[in-house]
Design a protein around this ligand. Structure first.
Ligand SMILES: [Zn+2]
Length: 396
């Protein structure tokens, strides 16, 4: 007969979990098992209740179910000392994952890249980067931006004006197969695209499919690339990143066969090196639009999903930044849905880490996760409305 631990998972499951080396994978395994166990209990209850009116209750989304189950377990573990079993296993996993995450990220300083030559149409840099200046335009100058404290209130903030990071985008524009016979179409689409993004002031840089790097909006100015967005580093939290982050876009389309070409990846690498060198940008602030984008209307992340998966972090010389916990979740209580999880390919370690951090913080405050999340969301709304007022003052 199978032995069950205090929260209802067979001990054999825990033994299997112990053999999984990666802590996040192990936690995911436990989560799947906990969910399967709960589902089978629910079905059992339903079937024993049937024979009556067969009344249907609205189904909660699968994701919410799993998340609330796991956070529930984590909070329970954190608040009630349980002697043995699944609770303890979850607690251990939580400590391992969080402890792993608290270690300083190894991020080498940007190697020095300098301008070698400049003409009206071209800049050449020491690492081989060539920037085409033919289409460069100005926009409004970049404003000083606030850096909010990670935990405190809206008043505790400092401000700055040098860019602190890079947000990578895809243009989500029409593509043709990346083949020699398509040269003419490839050239024409690239040309139309540069005209369009220039007119819209969409990004600071565009990398076309042949790996040509175009400056679009001058670096001294803000580009309209990030919208409502959030990111954090050791200094604090950045909200709405148009002024604080530079926008680099790859001509491409999510899900396309030739999503990005090797020439684009190579160009992305030398451009990233130059920008990191020029502004002393840490690697953890080089992230994708899907990682930073939020929708304040429904308090969910992933309003934009470009580079929700498969961004070639290694190819552009960066660590896998999908593993960084999202500040939108653990600082401001945003959530995500199953649609978002699907576009990420379920690969983001950063989502799990952020969820665990929320659960841990809630437990430390002695609050239910939902209550704690509501407090975080309130803080976001205060900051967002203060920023809105400020931007209206700038416009007037
Ligand atoms: Zn984007």
């Amino acid at each position: 007969m199978a032995q069950f631990s205090i929260l209802g998972l067979p001990r054999s499951v825990e033994r299997r979990a112990a053999r999984i080396a990666d802590p996040v994978e192990r936690l995911r395994f436990l989560r799947r098992q906990a969910h399967a166990e709960k589902e089978s209990q629910r079905k059992h209850r339903l079937s024993s209740r049937r024979g009556g009116e067969g009344q249907k209750r609205p189904r909660r989304s699968h994701l919410r179910h799993v998340v609330s189950m796991v956070t529930g377990l984590v909070v329970l573990v954190a608040t009630v000392p349980l002697p043995t079993g699944t609770a303890e296993t979850f607690a251990k996993e939580r400590m391992r994952v969080v402890a792993g995450n608290e270690q300083p990220r190894v991020a080498g300083p940007a190697s020095r890249v300098w301008l070698v030559e400049r003409s009206d149409s071209l800049e050449l840099y020491s690492n081989g980067l060539r920037i085409d200046l033919t289409f460069a335009v100005s926009n409004r100058p970049r404003s000083r931006f606030s850096i909010f404290s990670l935990t405190g209130n809206a008043e505790q903030q400092e401000d700055s004006d040098a860019p602190v990071g890079i947000v990578y985008h895809t243009t989500e524009s029409n593509l043709v197969p990346f083949e020699e016979e398509e040269n003419h179409h490839l050239q024409r689409l690239g040309r139309n695209l540069i005209e369009w993004v220039r007119q819209e002031r969409s990004y600071h840089y565009l990398i076309d499919r042949f790996g040509r790097v175009y400056r679009v909006v001058q670096e001294t100015d803000a580009a309209n690339h990030a919208g409502t967005s959030i990111w954090a580093d050791g200094r604090g939290v950045y909200v709405n990143l148009n002024d604080s982050f530079l926008g680099v876009s790859f001509e491409g389309q999510t899900g396309a066969v030739d999503e990005v070409t090797p020439a684009q990846v190579a160009a992305g690498k030398v451009l990233t090196e130059m920008l990191r060198s020029r502004y002393d940008i840490p690697t953890e602030n080089c992230v994708t639009h899907a990682q930073v984008s939020v929708n304040p209307q429904n308090m969910r992340i992933g309003s934009h999903t470009d580079w929700a998966g498969k961004f070639p972090f290694a190819g552009v010389g960066l660590p896998d930044n999908y593993s960084i916990p999202l500040a939108s979740l653990y600082v401001f209580g945003f959530e995500y849905d199953s649609v978002f999880l699907r576009v990420t390919g379920m690969r983001w370690r950063g989502l799990d880490l952020a969820e665990l951090r929320v659960a841990r913080q809630a437990a430390a405050e002695g609050l239910e996760t939902t209550r704690y999340r509501a407090i975080l969301q309130h803080r976001y709304k205060e900051i967002a409305s203060a920023l809105k007022e400020k931007s209206q003052e700038v416009v007037q």
